[in-house]
Design a protein around this ligand. Sequence first.
Ligand code: ZN
Length: 227
Amino acid sequence: MLRVDRQLFYRAGRCPGIVVAAPHHGIVEGSDCYTKEVAELLADRLGAALVVAENLRPLVDLNKQPELAASPALQYLCRTYQEYALAPQVGLFLEIHSHINGYYDLELSCGFPFDHFSPFDGEFEQKLASLRRQLRREIMQNWSGDLPLPAPTLGVYPFDRDVYMKATKTYLFQRIRELQRRGRRIFGLHIEIFRDYKIDDPSSPIYACQETLVTALEMSIKAAFTG
Ligand SMILES: [Zn+2]
């Protein structure tokens, strides 16, 4: 993996149009634990480029406005992260997070309610509806009774209004929205996974849950967005 900075890593993928990112990964307080593991697995499966931060969350929030970062060095990291996310070839940007107080175990959001007068939004709405259907089906069909956790509940905003992690105020997702309004074909998805479903240890029974979940994401994202 290319080390962009001491705490920011990038790896190119077979499909330059897809980026999977984990901006809050880390083990220090306030981090999204084990989101690197999820992002890496999902990027492998999709052939996507991968961007991972390591313990940056207490210092800077990479998906927020770079000018708000506390130092020029941190502003640079913010900008670099967002350049990977919005590079001209990117058509699908997937950002992985971890939550402890969402409404659903798995919360997906595009970051805005659809505008019914926009053809782009019409297409996005269909793709996201398809993703939601397929993801639900994949989880139902493949979540074996032997797994140590119950099948994760799923909410997708804007369809499920009680999704807690809507990302409607997240700077990077507002930038993606702005690009869409200007005619760019880029789909952004904010993916929040409940803390317990992630782990770094392949020998842990939780790892099987994580793999099943990633497989469900992979299959449904492929069917809805890249098929
Ligand atoms: Zn996060």
